[in-house]
Design a protein around this ligand. Sequence first.
Ligand code: ACO
Length: 310
Amino acid sequence: ETAEQHAHFEARIARGEKIEAGDWMPAEYRRQLIRMISQHAHSEVVGMLPEGEWITRAPSLRRKTILMAKVQDEAGHGQYLYHAAETLGATREDMLQALLSGKAKYSSIFNYPTHSWADVGMIGWLVDGAAIKNQTMLAGCSYGPYSRAMVRICSEETFHHKQGKEMIVAYAQGTPQQRAMAQDALNRWWWPAMMMLGPHDADSPNSGVLTRWGIKLKSNDEVRQEFINEHVPELLEAGLTIPDPDLHQDEHGNWRHGPIHWDEFWAVIRGEQGLNKERLGARQAAHDDGAWVRDALQAYTDRQRAVAAD
Ligand code: ACO
């Protein structure tokens, strides 16, 4: 890495140019992107588990087909993102191994259990709502393949968000039992959704370099503020109570939240709290069940190569 290469790269970033797959980039830019994009891909894939559990228990055929399409979309998002990370030189095998061995992170939010059908709606409204805020920002990021993947993912996430909101609004106006179910789901998902956008800016070690290189265009706290400002009025309008006694609107119209329990966040990420073992166990079982497909693909490739070599 020469000083000239660095200067050229910094100038491209300053001009707002997209960096593309074959372009020269600092090793740290590549490392940060592989870390973030692979974690993001793992999150999409692990994210299929809590919702997938409800496909057989959906209350109607309509809700079932919507949920099946949503879970399938998440698999597609995982694919785009693994491909985006592959453009940086990461291999699929290494990334999957890092997930299965517990070395790579995935979003904290997917270590929480889904207790009732309303959780499916609340995940759509809150979790996908938070993800869209983060990902709309990333759609403008400096790495071309990641930013383009985000454009498509965000448009699909918007459908996920709408189906979740529609479901919860219907239950919040439904029978007392449905209302209680929607409120219970909000009580359990509100704080995890707040946490999933990452630690406060002062405790975010990666933000400095990500911001400098145009990967993050907004800080964790800025994205969280956008998320709260959009969702609080809508949840209140739906007749639900947000489980934060300190929540209030400041003189600028921003909704201010009470203290977040970061001990829980870090314990969930470390796998000491929540369903980390169950999630990785399910991934490992799926990986093992798919071994025959990988073997068949390998045998086919080997045979094609042998034929071509003859
Ligand atoms: N879950 C798990 N780990 C997290 C989370 C979270 N919700 N938030 C932060 N962390 C980790 C970071 O990965 C980092 O650890 P690492 O350095 O070992 O990788 C550490 O906590 C410190 O956090 P930050 O320095 O703030 O990390 P970063 O600057 O990367 O910001 C963020 C975190 C906002 C999640 C960023 O990585 C990002 O935008 N990622 C892409 C989006 C994404 O992964 N979304 C997944 C959920 S969306 C969905 O699947 C529906």
